[in-house]
Ligand binder design. Sequence first.
Ligand SMILES: Cc1cc2nc3c(=O)[nH]c(=O)nc-3n(C[C@H](O)[C@H](O)[C@H](O)COP(=O)(O)OP(=O)(O)OC[C@H]3O[C@@H](n4cnc5c(N)ncnc54)[C@H](O)[C@@H]3O)c2cc1C
Length: 435
Amino acid sequence: MGRFRDARRCAAHGARRGGLPAGGAPGNDRAVRAADGGAVDVAVVGGGLVGLATAHALVGRAGRRVAVLEAEPRVAAHQSGHNSGVIHSGLYYRPGSLKAENCVAGRDAMYRFCAEHDVPHARTGKVVVATAERELPALAELERRGRANGLRGLRRLAPDELRAREPHVRAVAALLVPETGIVDFGRVAEAMAADVRAGGGTVRTGVRVLGCREHGGGLVVETTGGPLHARVLVNCAGLQSDRVARRCGVRPDVRIVPFRGEYWTLVPARRGLVRGLVYPVPDPEFPFLGVHFTRRIDGAIEAGPNAVLALRREGYRWTDVSPRDVAALALWPGAWRMAGRYWRTGLGEVRRSLSKRAFVAALRGLVPDVCAADLAPGGSGVRAQAVLPDGRLLDDFRIVETPRMVHVLNAPSPAATASLAIGARLAALAAARLG
Ligand SMILES: Cc1cc2nc3c(=O)[nH]c(=O)nc-3n(C[C@H](O)[C@H](O)[C@H](O)COP(=O)(O)OP(=O)(O)OC[C@H]3O[C@@H](n4cnc5c(N)ncnc54)[C@H](O)[C@@H]3O)c2cc1C
């Protein structure tokens, strides 16, 4: 919990600026009733892994009355169900950061959870490879961070060891990361939701939170399913988290910008080109890992994801366009500053999105034998990336607290891996507010 105290405390909340006006919500106070047969202690907005893990920790530890409110008809409908399925080791993150701390703790908790709940998973390990001499200093920095973050078994592979492990990979140096694994995070989310229900909590799907306001020493959470009394609200709304915060009266200093990641899949006959997980040395200026190869838990091999600006918060294809989302971004000066900072990298990502040939060229840097005919279109996912007003992409997790609310305003990768650790911390913050 200590590190979360670093998270911004925010005084503006409840019925103040931007929140639902006191008494002004749809329905009067008599109509304000809990949809779950009584007021809850904690309303969790969002049935992704972070929200579910928070509820999981609350019902497990304190027997609190908890309701998870999820807008979509099922849990894990967005980031938690559209990702690479990698249990990250904790290699990349600045030692001492929330990402580093929660990824390492969350990774071990995730392996335990999967084993206890019969969720198929595998501790495969992965290799990070430098394909040119100029990448060696960045690979050395990754190794240093990994050691500082306490990773076990981290070591360089000799050329013959790399050949034995990944015969088709070309590299000047390779780092073996044994603690990395793979899992279907959608299955993890379903298991968490089942535990929450079994523990007496509620997971309500198809219920969108519209906002909340202070009422009688607690909160009234307005939803499409009617109002709900809660003592504390935890906002884990991912791609909508900044908007939910604003509708609860908080003015976050960041804006969520959606970055789509697109995948290709190796056709079954060519899966032998990659045996496990093969990653490049990432661009240290960019919080994304660069296109890589990932073996999925079902045996498929995916290539990707890239990172292109999505034209809708939940924009899984180029044709998914929201005029409202585009206009909101275009009118925000931070978006233009972001474009000024990252335009070169961004153009490269767009080229790799629009041209299969460019995407394949990036992959051939890792596996020269791969060619366009080896790849079939795969899925995509959209990252909720917080951007600061000066246009920088916020690297670390970001939590904003008020006396009755906790808002998660940046939980990008590795938040799926780290979800049980983040959830435990958020549950502690919520419990502290319950007194
Ligand atoms: C392409 C891609 C690859 C990734 N790969 C990995 C990986 O390999 N390993 C890893 O650890 N992480 C990975 N991540 C990151 C990881 O998936 C996310 O960090 C994590 O899933 C975030 O979980 P969440 O619960 O915060 O968000 P989400 O899963 O997006 O959940 C938020 C939920 O809130 C709901 N919601 C929104 N607004 C409202 C509202 N008003 N009312 C009610 N509900 C609402 C949404 O419907 C959604 O279900 C990847 C992400 C992407 C996009």
